[in-house]
Structure formats: structure tokens, C-alpha cells
Design a protein around this ligand. Structure first.
Ligand SMILES: [Cu+2]
Length: 201
């Protein structure tokens, strides 16, 4: 099945991050689909997490290779997914496993602007939109589902969708980011980041 997502922005604003959208299907009858854990990287490169968003299934691990010539300290304080990989330099990679479902923000304790999201979904039917907003999920069994569309700047969309044996295409979903307010997060100690001090780069 396939579709396309768009984002309604405030007047004058242009969507540049549609490729960070996660799309997934949950059976409408409440049954649990079998998933298998995976392992994938989110690199630290140029003081950014790349990719910015990853979708995974429970039990999956994300590795965080440091490709910058200085150290990072990756952590999350999200309930159900808290971890702290400590400070480590270029060439080192450490991993953290996600057991629970949810959308978990990942931060660096040194660089306050570094943000990533790991979206853990209980279904093998998941994907991310391309930079044109288009998405495809292959091999979906016929049935009734809830189509979830997640983006960090918009409330999650949940839409019922019936998938016939022949599949379904051309689904359109429009996220509403007009209410999004960017807010600063706390460091791993629950304190404000300092603009000087450790951030020497
Ligand atoms: Cu950092």
C-alpha cells in the first residue's frame, strides 16, 4: 500500500522535514503482529544525529557511532527508554536497546541542539516518508487497520483504513504543525544547558 503525507504549516512557513515522518499500521482488532528486532545506526556527524528519526520495533538496538572529531554523550530521559551512553570520542560506537513502544527523544548532554527521535512501533508494517512525502509499505495482509502518521512537530494522525487483498494506494494524510512550539530540553541531570563550559566546539 502507498500514500503521501503533507504538513499544514503556519502562513509563510515551508515544510523541509517531511522525510522525518513515520507511517505505520496497527490491526484494528487489537491483535498483536509478530515483529523481529533489528539493529541500525544513528551517527553523530557535524553535531547532528543522522538520520534524525528512525522507526524500529521493540527489542531493537540503535548504535550511535561518533564520526565527529570531538566527544558526544548520548542519552534519553524518556520514561520507558532512559539510557546514558556516557562521553565517548571519534571512532567509538555504543548502543542502546528499546524495549517499549513510543516516540523517544534522544539528546547529547554536551550539544543542546542535537536531537533525534527513535519511534518504536509494535508492527512490521512501518516505513518513513521520502523527501517528497510519498511512502510505501509492502506486503500488508488484507484487513482493517489504524493508519498512524507521526511527525515530531504535529499531533499524531490515526485514521481507519481497510486494506483489500489487492492493496490500497493513494492515501493522503495531512499533518497539522501550526500548533508546534519549539522548546528547550533539559540535560541528563534535569538542568538547563550552559552556553559556555563544556560546549567547546
Ligand atoms: Cu554532542
Amino acid at each position: 500500500m502507498s500514500g503521501r503525507v503533507a504538513v499544514t504549516e503556519r502562513p509563510g512557513e515551508v515544510t523541509t522535514d517531511i522525510g522525518n515522518t513515520v507511517v505505520y499500521l496497527i490491526p484494528a482488532d487489537g491483535r498483536t503482529l509478530r515483529t523481529s528486532p533489528s539493529r541500525a545506526p544513528i551517527a553523530m556527524n557535524g553535531k547532528e544525529f543522522r538520520p534524525h528519526v528512525r522507526v524500529m520495533t521493540p527489542g531493537s538496538a540503535v548504535e550511535y557511532p561518533n564520526q565527529d572529531p570531538f566527544s558526544h554523550n548520548i542519552f534519553s530521559t524518556a520514561p520507558g527508554a532512559a539510557f546514558d551512553l556516557g562521553t565517548y570520542p571519534n571512532g567509538v560506537s555504543r548502543a542502546a536497546t528499546f524495549r517499549k513502544t513510543g516516540a523517544f527523544p534522544i539528546y547529547c548532554n554536551i550539544h543542546s541542539k542535537m536531537t533525534a527521535y527513535v519511534v518504536v512501533v509494535p508492527t512490521p508494517y512501518h516505513t518513513m516518508a521520502g523527501n517528497d512525502g510519498r511512502w510505501t509499505i509492502a506486503g500488508v495482509a488484507a484487513g482493517s487497520y489504524a493508519l498512524h502518521v507521526w511527525h515530531e512537530r504535529a499531533p499524531e494522525l490515526v485514521t481507519p483504513v481497510a486494506v483489500p487483498a489487492t492493496g490500497v494506494d493513494g492515501l493522503t494524510s495531512t499533518l497539522d504543525a501550526r500548533g508546534f512550539v519549539s522548546s528547550a530540553h533539559k540535560n541528563k541531570f534535569g538542568k538547563e544547558y550552559t552556553s559556555t563550559g563544556k560546549d567547546r566546539y
